[in-house]
Design a protein around this ligand. Structure first.
Ligand code: NAD
Length: 431
């Protein structure tokens, strides 16, 4: 496969390095594209095979020339979220398939562009829902699909982002809804996708509320950070701020962002307490599904710990799953365990609860990333995927519709009916 990567920031490294290190005999990275010449050149250096002339680089305005000259089969889209749709549609129209980072896109206008272009061209997009591939999550899918707890009737799902990982969404492009759709789309796309996939259904109605409570100027004052700057690099009170991100102190962050600022003024370390931030940090949603199951969902971005807690109530018993996660994110102080801790408890009616043995795997996101990359880049050598973990534009769409509906519900204060919302926009999606 001839691969072009668009968006050469942090996340593209996973795809780039995976192809170079593990699948070089099968695939070639033929081109890289970005608006930022510094990041582009750095990515090209890392992607070039020894003894070759390197990988062709194109600034974003030359994307169409990239397609004509390099003729990629597949375009990997790893730009900020609001740009995914445009690149997906252009790649489809040029006859390419796409591997797209989550979320597929951030709003209904862009979703319609993607769905229409897919129908017109017949091309395919894989949305990389790495969370589906972690063995602990697959085990839950298996338990539910096999009817172990009977019919699932109700779910309580809480996701906690801690003050290291959670804060990171308030520093850069994610902090505005027009770029990321807010955390209910940008982050929750993973969680709502898991619910759709675990429960084998799609959302129908959403009622939500959301506020920004913590990452506010008032909180900075409460924390004794009067006189703070607009970014950490020149902040007069950085030394006493637990949320400081010191770009210069980390070689990867420095070369990826600090050294690249001159090209586009993209500051990776904006103050997390800025007044201008437009996304929520405290969100709750009540969701009804086509199968009849209902779910309560909470997402907070300033928790003392990172991870998830979920309870599935079924007609024969319940499953309680808890995962304390440790992500490799930068900046801030993390005051809890350095190791992931996962537990899954099965409690069948009339029996004592028992802890299940949870399968583990090595690698990012609970061992999910390497398995997902295997299915993307080397499917012939993987076991047939009996868990149906690959996701296309349909799964990608349903995963963002809960969040898009939740955003609309927050705005209007009303229940949002997803089918009506889609019909009003002329979007047709299989369930
Ligand atoms: N699945 C996961 O666990 C996971 C984790 C991190 C990020 N992501 C996703 O990956 C994507 C990228 O995130 P990131 O953290 O790497 O962001 P980033 O800001 O580090 O990188 C984005 C890159 O896109 C470039 N860019 C901006 N405008 C562009 C344009 N018009 N054309 C081409 N390139 C452009 C930027 O210069 C930058 O190099 C996002 O969609 C994000 O949601 C997914």
């Amino acid at each position: 496969m001839k691969i072009a990567i668009v968006g050469c920031g942090s996340r593209h490294q996973m795809f780039r390095d995976s192809v170079i290190q593990d699948y070089a005999d099968k695939h070639d990275i033929v081109a890289l594209c970005d608006t930022n010449a510094h990041r582009l050149n750095q990515a090209a250096e890392a992607a070039s095979k020894p003894g070759t002339n390197g990988v062709a680089t194109y600034l974003a305005q030359d994307f169409d020339r990239l397609i004509t000259e390099q003729k990629p089969d597949t375009v990997v889209v790893a730009t900020p979220d609001f740009l995914h749709a445009d690149y997906i549609v252009r790649a489809f129209e040029a006859g390419c398939d796409v591997i797209c980072e989550k979320p597929l896109t951030i709003d209904l206008t862009r979703l319609k562009m993607i769905v229409d272009a897919q129908a017109r061209t017949g091309r395919k997009v894989k949305v990389t829902f790495n969370y589906r591939y972690s063995p602990a999550r697959t085990q839950i899918r298996e338990l539910i699909a096999s009817g172990t707890i009977g019919t699932v009737t109700a779910v309580d799902f809480r996701w906690h982002l801690d003050r290291v990982h959670g804060a990171d969404y308030f520093r850069r492009w994610h902090r505005q809804k027009e770029n990321s759709g807010g955390l209910l789309v940008h982050k929750s796309t993973h969680h709502f996708d898991l619910l759709n996939w675990w429960l084998s259904t799609v959302p129908t109605e959403v009622f939500a509320s959301g506020r920004r409570v913590f990452y506010r100027p008032e909180m900075a004052v409460e924390l004794g950070l009067e006189g703070r700057g607009s970014r950490c690099a020149d902040c007069p009170v950085a030394d006493k701020c637990d949320f400081r991100l010191d770009l210069a102190a980390d070689q990867n962050l420095k070369s990826l962002y600090l050294d690249a600022e001159g090209d586009d003024g993209y500051f990776r370390d904006r103050c997390v307490f800025d007044a201008e931030i437009g996304i929520e940090d405290t969100m709750q949603a009540h969701i009804r599904y086509a199968s009849g199951v209902t779910a309560n969902y909470t997402l907070t971005a300033y928790s003392p710990w990172e991870g998830l807690e979920i309870k599935f109530q079924g007609t024969k018993g319940d499953i309680t799953h808890r995962h304390v996660e440790v992500h490799g994110v930068f900046g801030g102080e993390r005051a809890h365990a350095d190791e992931d801790a996962i537990s899954t408890e099965l409690h069948l009616a009339g029996q004592l609860p028992r802890m299940l043995e949870v399968p583990k795997a090595k690698g990012h996101h609970g061992g999910a990333d390497p398995v997902m990359l295997g299915y993307i880049f080397d499917p012939e050598n993987m076991e047939p995927d009996r868990y149906n973990r690959a996701s296309d534009h349909v799964g990608g769409s349903w995963s963002i519709l809960t969040g898009i509906a939740a955003n609309a519900s927050i705005e209007t204060g009303s229940v949002v009916h997803i089918e009506q919302m889609l019909r009003a926009r002329g979007i047709v999606l299989p369930r």
